[in-house]
Design a protein around this ligand. Structure first.
Ligand code: HEC
Ligand code: HEC
Length: 288
């Protein structure tokens, strides 16, 4: 009882009063994007993957929970404010910035050599047995193959590169592995997802599964999917990566947070990504 009251007080103080809030279904809509190469339709809802079937019927991209004006920005690359960052990523890709003048392009040729990677990441590196998020792959090249200082996990240049690489898999269906060498990381991520944090004593599952569809003030709670990441956030006027979003969500429960790029949040990213197995990678999504 006392705990409940503490939770409600904390929730109210944050403006997150979950009881008595309104429910709204994800908007019925489909996402066809005008690109330089013609229009493509993205899979933004799908039957839940097997591991989630007991709890959830249908998985939905966060795009379905946003307002019409926000959804519209993602229908045409010309209107999508995230594309500026993809262009910046391409400039960096081609730039001879390594200690000996190496460039990403020098070894990998075009960014399209990364096609498909985003849809299967995070994944366990076969050689080392380590769980790799995209940032790890990039930093491995930046440090070991270009002789540079590692890029900050949530730095602008890192996020520009995430956007560029993510775009190469646009339309591909998320299919991260959760078995074999990934299983132990996946279990760890699953546990974190179901752990209650902070004064609100809420875990990811409480908001993004139990309360998905509820309105928190003007905010329509989504399933917290990653298929749109990195996303352009109108509120921040910039890109937000999955790792950054996790920090923000945990902070909103008034908890001490794991760091972006920590083993905990990497495992969490694998688990959250696996909840979206079946959705299309959006390249760079647009959110409010
Ligand atoms: C107190 C409720 C709450 C908790 C707990 C919470 N979130 Fe969120 N989260 C939100 C809100 C509100 C948003 C913004 C609206 C939306 O997309 O749901 C959001 C957005 C997100 C998004 C962006 C989805 C998109 O398509 O843009 C992701 C991913 C996410 N959360 C993951 C998590 C994870 C992982 C956890 C656990 C560490 C978590 N959240 C915990 C409230 C919460
Ligand atoms: C000196 C050559 C070299 C340079 C420069 C280089 N890479 Fe790599 N990169 C590699 C090699 C080798 C691998 C591992 C083998 C592979 O998968 O291609 C790799 C792997 C990767 C992977 C994982 C690919 C996969 O499919 O597993 C990513 C992502 C990546 N590099 C991004 C970059 C980015 C971004 C840059 C520029 C900032 C860069 N690389 C610069 C040689 C290089």
């Amino acid at each position: 009882m006392r705990n409940d009251i503490t939770r409600i007080l904390a929730a109210t103080a944050l403006g997150i009063a979950l009881s008595g809030t309104a429910f709204a279904d994800p908007v019925e809509d489909s996402l066809v994007v005008e690109t330089d190469d013609g229009a493509i339709e993205l899979v933004t809802s799908a039957p839940a993957p097997d591991h989630l079937k007991d709890a959830v019927d249908t998985i939905w991209s966060g795009w379905h929970y946003r307002e019409a004006e926000t959804r519209d920005l993602q229908r045409d690359d010309f209107d999508n404010p995230g594309m500026v960052f993809v262009d910046r990523g391409l400039d960096a890709w081609n730039k001879e910035m390594g200690a000996k003048g190496e460039s990403c392009a020098g070894c990998h040729e075009g960014p399209d050599s990364m096609k498909g990677l985003r849809a299967v990441t995070p994944r366990v590196d076969a050689a080392t047995g380590e769980l790799m998020i995209m940032e790890d792959y990039i930093n491995e090249c930046v440090t070991e193959r270009m002789g540079l200082e590692a890029w900050g996990t949530t730095s602008d240049k890192m996020k520009d590169m995430l956007a560029l690489i993510s775009m190469q898999s646009r339309g591909e269906i998320v299919n991260v592995a959760i078995d074999g060498p990934a299983a132990s990381f996946w279990e760890k991520g699953k546990e974190i997802y179901h752990t209650r944090f902070g004064q609100l004593e809420m875990g990811c599952v409480n908001c993004h599964q139990d309360q998905a569809g509820q309105m928190i003030r003007a905010d329509h709670l989504s399933q917290g999917q990653l298929s749109g990441f990195p996303v352009y956030r109108l509120k921040d006027a910039g890109l937000v990566s999955a790792q950054q979003r996790f920090v923000g969500c945990v902070r909103d429960t008034r908890a001490e947070t794991f760091k972006a790029g920590s083993p905990e949040f990497k495992a969490l990213e694998l688990y959250v990504a696996s909840r979206g197995n079946g959705l299309a990678i959006e390249g760079v999504g647009v959110r409010h």
